[in-house]
Design a protein. Structure first.
Length: 126
């Protein structure tokens, strides 16, 4: 699979998650933060904000994939956001359901690594 196609799929996955959180914040945030926490209005508000961030990043990534300078930089910005999500989850793991925390670290950490790798590949394609 080409780096461009993989980056497009990564961005599409980000958009899908963002849309799901925006439309149903309690249901989706409960998978990350646990059902009890996800019922709180403040958590739903935070979820919607994160959803908007992810939708914006996904849109930017898809729109810049063909730009050899900006595209890789956007992927690195996405990777940074994912890495912070993973790190924040590790830091607060004692307050989160163990399975949800592990899943979030795996998904967000994997997306961060994939974004860095794909950004590098796109920046150095001939």
């Amino acid at each position: 699979m080409s780096a461009r196609r993989a980056a497009w799929l990564l961005a599409a996955g980000r958009a899908a998650i963002g849309a799901a959180v925006l439309l149903a914040p309690e249901a989706t945030m409960s998978r990350w933060l646990g059902a009890e926490n996800a019922r709180r209005g403040a958590v739903k508000a935070l979820g919607r904000g994160l959803a908007a961030r992810d939708l914006g990043l996904a849109f930017a990534a898809i729109q810049t994939l063909d730009d050899p300078v900006v595209g890789p930089r956007v992927l690195v910005a996405c990777a940074f956001a994912d890495g912070v999500d993973a790190l924040a989850t590790v830091i607060e793991r004692e307050e989160l359901p163990p399975v949800a925390a592990a899943g979030t670290v795996a998904v967000a950490g994997g997306a961060a690594l994939a974004g860095l790798y794909l950004g590098h590949r796109l920046a150095h394609e001939d």
